[in-house]
Ligand binder design. Sequence first.
Ligand code: FAD
Length: 525
Amino acid sequence: MSATYDIAVVGSGFAGSLMAMIARRQGFSVILLEKGAHPRFAIGESSTPLSNLLLEELATRYALPALKALAKWGSWQRTYPEVACGLKRGFTFHHHSLTSPAFADPDHNDQLLVAASPRDEIADTHWYRANFDHLLVQKAQALGVEYIDQVALHTLTEAYAKVTLGGQRDGRKLELHARFVVDATGPRGFLHRALRLGEAEFPNYPVTEALYSHFSGVHRLEDISFARTAEIPPYPVDDAAVHHVFDGGWVWVLQFNNGVTSAGVAATDACATQLRFSEGGPAWDRLLQRIPALQEQFKEGVVERPFNHMPRLSFRSAQIAGRRWALLPSAAGFVDPLLSTGFPLTLLGVSRLATIIADDWETPRFTKRLQDYATHTDTELLATARLISALYANMNNFRVFTALSLLYFAAASYSEAARRLGKSHLASSFLLCTEPTFELNCVDICQRARRPLTTNEADALIGDIQSAIEPFNIAGLGRPERRNWYPVEARDLLEDAGKLGATRKEISAMLLGSGFRQERELPRS
Ligand SMILES: Cc1cc2nc3c(=O)[nH]c(=O)nc-3n(C[C@H](O)[C@H](O)[C@H](O)COP(=O)(O)OP(=O)(O)OC[C@H]3O[C@@H](n4cnc5c(N)ncnc54)[C@H](O)[C@@H]3O)c2cc1C
């Protein structure tokens, strides 16, 4: 086979298919190339308010109505009931001591619940990637994207204003030409190997590993004695990305509506070596034995697929774009699943690349804008790694861990609200990492947090975190009376309208537009 396309997208995860659809919508001829075949397992499942908003924005901007329904739990259930999905009302964190296991503290000192939506209809989701990614490939094909699976690509060469991709399919030679290549093959993917791009370090970042699988028969946390409480939490604790944090690592538990639970552990090398992650299932069992709540929750759990051990979790490419190619953020780097940062980073990158292609295709500015894209992508990955390294350093100090996580929640909620108000210039980068004052504060805070802290130093750090988030805190984060349980309260946003340069009326209109109910969720002003 030999043909020429405007754009070749390599890798048909959700991001590759989305990029291909957008390019097709802009009138380009597009080929999408996949080494495997759908449906297939993929990890990376939990969305966030910002991810869903970005998905919705892209669906609107590029006239992809079929994708809009996937941006909220309610519309997803009505439109695609056959596409498995999990309900995510927020972020649940529980802290555990592996040496002296205990039950949940009634004062919430060992937990953090941050709601992301006031009710199920407009909630976020966990994407069951086998179904989700398959659906997106089908939608891409329906738009006229040419799709070839089971390809083994080996080379990329550049000559005469185009690139040539070389490989094999079905034992036969495959050669394709394109004016531009988007690599959506994930960390250490196609271009990393074909162009020997090399790997860079995240400064001061610990070496981490992961071990994960899919399970059936897992109970809900709220049904076991560990999490029973007389108080009503801001949302059902299992309808969330559930994190169990311990010294050196953390476990995620995501429940889907098809009876499958995704669970795994990410941990420092030292912790992974001690638990012997390389042994797979036995390492998982060893970990559960040290966290009684999880042992009880998983006591009837059945492992549905072989455990996957990732001996190196983080990755940062030494190069992100060339003259006729670019890596999506998900191919350019990965930090850790903590805080579900993979999807929003990737969707921001898809959005930026789509704009560059639309505005400057084959103009003299194209290469410069690609280099800006590369710099922006790398800056966001570095900011993410900086925060997550500080969180790793404090997994045995939950008070500091909780405070540090507010840097993420403040930045994410502020960015979401700014975009919804049509003021994306207020939050043009992930984690507000190009907002000069916030950025400077984050650098200082994360640096201090990586060192062992005395109680006084921890108190000072927590105070500084509260001051750093204050100009962006539109969700009542850090208020002592909330005792680590944060509901979604329209009242908070209305009171802090000025931080977004908006009036209360504008905030009310924005909330109604994003699905809040006038009578129940918006206070009378
Ligand atoms: C353990 C773990 C947990 C995570 N959890 C979360 C989470 O909860 N929330 C979140 O936001 N992010 C999470 N992430 C990150 C998330 O997985 C990624 O952001 C997301 O999968 C990126 O999607 P993608 O479509 O770009 O790439 P992928 O999903 O990696 O898809 C890449 C596709 O490219 C194909 N491919 C690979 N090599 C080639 C090749 N040479 N030629 C052709 N095709 C190729 C693959 O077969 C695959 O279909 C997690 C990551 C890990 C490692």
